[in-house]
Design a protein around this ligand. Sequence first.
Ligand code: SF4
Ligand code: SF4
Length: 498
Amino acid sequence: MSSEPPVDLNPVPAAAVPAWQPPRVTPAGGKSPHVEKALSDVRGKIYPRSVSGLFARWRVAMVVITQLIFYGLPWLQWNDRQAVLFDLAARKFYIFGMVLWPQDVIYLAVLLVISAFALFLFTAMAGRLFCGYACPQTVYTEIFMWVERRIEGDRLARIRLDEQPWSLRKLRIKASKHFVWILIAWWTGSTFIGYFSPIRELGMGLLTLSLGPWQWFWMVFYAFATWGNAGFMREAVCKYMCPYARFQSVMVDDDTFVVTYDHVRGEPRGGRSRRIDHKEAGMGDCVDCSLCVQVCPTGIDIRDGLQYMCIGCGACVDVCDTVMDKMDYDRGLIRYTSGRAITDGLSQSQVRKRLLRPRVLVYTSLLAIIVAGFVFSLATRNPLRVDVIRDRGVLGREVAGGMIENVYRLQMINTSESPLTLKLSATGVPELAILTADEGTDTVQVDAASNRLVPVVVRAPAGTLTPGLHEIELTTVGNYGSDREVTVVERSSFFVPR
Ligand code: SF4
Ligand code: SF4
């Protein structure tokens, strides 16, 4: 392991520094040799330098929180079962006290709509915050880079190691890194599969090497994807594969809080001695140390303006603040603020006020309405579903006792976690009676979180009805929990033969 040399704050003479160029998506050249060197270093393979500061601590906190949830959630138990399990084989989704069936796909669709609106809202307010702090690609890249730094050292040590010819030492270091990466990737892949297949059984199957072929396949697939994306692809995923990077520009405007270089304050940039009064010398606050480029995980220069490759991680904010501290200048040369704040010289409180603009209010209102509707609908969800299927083989017939009989099948789904005792009744025709075909009763038991197909017969006295179809209603009533009653009324038709 090795550490970085002390920060050189006087890298190039001021005279060699070009004037600041307006923000552009593609850097158009004209940079100092020092920055060109830094950029050529990072544009091949990117070797981000480690950084500490407020936003680095936030990123670590988000890694810890998201991973505690991701790795821990499948091990939580609820009512003697896995609390969160998307059981594809049984076609049931367990989410704590809720059991969703394929018929509940509307809730998943609404959840996607909520996620989309939340993304629009947060992007309109604060750019790619999700990318910088909570996106799995960023989070796993952070974890893998942390391992890499612990084993190979910081930026310069990694560059030197990669430039060295292969030796036993290099092989040992690289093998150690990949061993730890593969362990993390394997754990991540296994955990991911544990959301779709009971994780305790999965753990036992893994120990005894008795998993099924599909479990092996998906586990290896996700482990490989994690290893490849976080170990090798890294920023390329954010730059070239992520669609969000491409369409974020339509959601961001001049009032969005994004990581911004204050060119008014920073230009003209250039190296200088701490002892000179740079303002008197006609210089801006940027000392052109290129550290903001060296720490950037996507290898861009934020001084070129907002670029779609910027994931808003704030690493350049942290490092620039340390430079400003060393130079005894005010912090915030690079900061989270809006483009308008820089061009119009707005204060942070004025910028914050402008956050509440029409598009943000529209997104917030829509999101609030959809979330309220979603929660209300879930809270008042009827846990009993009944579908009436007419028996097409026996439309209607006269049976002993002078009765007309129709046969139906009731497809009953109990989505609650309590067994249901249900009472059946039929109305719409005088003296209509309903009984289960197997047991001859008007009550049915449906176990917790299960479904049942119940054949029933419905009878009415012959001679009281005209031949043809008569509309009827089949009612199912039951209780679940301590005192909640469920009722489902389904329409069907009763056929009277000639
Ligand atoms: S913006 Fe800050 S970190 Fe970047 S080169 Fe200028 S002084 Fe250095
Ligand atoms: S420019 Fe700054 S905020 Fe954007 S990705 Fe690079 S380091 Fe992160």
